[in-house]
Design a protein around this ligand. Structure first.
Ligand code: PMP
Length: 280
């Protein structure tokens, strides 16, 4: 594992930031998580474009270009020699005395590259139980902001109650998990909430919609409520680290046959095939 702080590579456990870092004081920044498979970052450009969009949305000018970040990630990967890795990249509004107004200093970029930790095979095979919770977040959830307080609290409460993930519902509409997107399958049609301001536009989500098209699974981006989700034949969560993770129960109610569904499995198989081919 390795850390990066504004131009310097440092062992992760020795990497420290000044106390007046805007990310630390205000959560004033944006981030990305990129999975590296067989030495090659998956959808790196898409992640970095999203990072830049998130930064623009909070009026933050990044201190590295997308090309420079790509080069840095490659450099860090080479240093670690890791083949299966997770890259965490964060850009904040810099290091300056704590006042709300934007400081006149460059942005601050930090990164860690660590060995990827995969979900236990049993979790994938069995699928997961989730709980629906009210979305208390702001209205700009398309921004991958460092402000994850509602997300971490929802995840902890869900875990304490015996669930794997909390899925946010706003005004009767199912949106996404605390750190993932959500899909359902009904009568052979793949359905996921539209990419509006109320969800993060997941790279995995977009990849799965692409795959659905390729393998001939009809799909639709449309809003749905808890009842429609509960009546689904299959449901799953998607993210960079979860990939496709089947939901088998929601608040104690069984989804479909109560086991990972065949279309979900098929989508995951094709997702794997996509990233397994990237390094060759
Ligand atoms: N929604 C939220 C709230 C997330 O935090 C994430 C990723 N961490 C996702 C969706 C999934 O995005 P991606 O597929 O790009 O990892």
């Amino acid at each position: 594992a390795i850390g990066f702080i504004n131009g310097e590579w440092i062992p992760v456990d020795q990497a420290v930031l000044p106390i007046d870092e805007r990310g630390h004081n205000f959560g004033d920044g944006v981030y990305e998580v990129i999975r590296v498979y067989q030495g090659t970052p998956f959808k790196m450009r898409e992640h970095l474009v999203r990072l830049e969009k998130s930064a623009e949305a909070i009026l933050l000018t990044m201190n590295y270009s997308i090309d420079e970040l790509e080069a840095l990630i490659a450099e860090g990967l080479a240093k670690t020699g890791l083949q299966e890795a997770s890259v965490y990249l964060q850009v904040t509004r810099g290091i300056a005395k704590r006042v709300h107004l934007f400081p006149d200093v460059p942005a601050s970029t930090t990164m860690t590259i660590r060995p990827a930790t995969d979900l236990p095979a049993t979790v994938r095979e069995k699928g997961v139980q989730v709980t629906l919770v009210e979305d208390e977040r702001w209205k700009n959830c398309y921004i991958k902001s460092l402000n994850l307080l509602p997300n971490v609290v929802a995840k902890q409460k869900a875990t304490d109650a015996g669930f794997y993930e909390a899925v946010f519902v706003r005004d009767g509409i199912v949106l996404e998990g605390s750190s993932c997107n959500v899909f359902l399958i009904k009568d052979g049609v793949l359905i996921t909430p539209p990419a509006n301001r109320f969800i993060l536009h997941g790279i995995t989500r977009a990849t799965l919609l692409e795959i659905a098209k390729e393998i001939g699974v009809p799909m639709e981006e449309k809003e749905f409520g808890p009842d429609e989700l509960l009546a689904a034949d299959e449901a799953f969560l998607s993210s960079t680290s979860m990939e496709v993770l089947p939901i088998v129960e929601i608040d104690g109610k069984q989804i479909g046959a109560g086991i990972p569904g065949t279309i979900s499995r098929d989508l995951h198989k094709n997702y794997r095939a996509k990233y397994q081919g990237i390094g060759v």
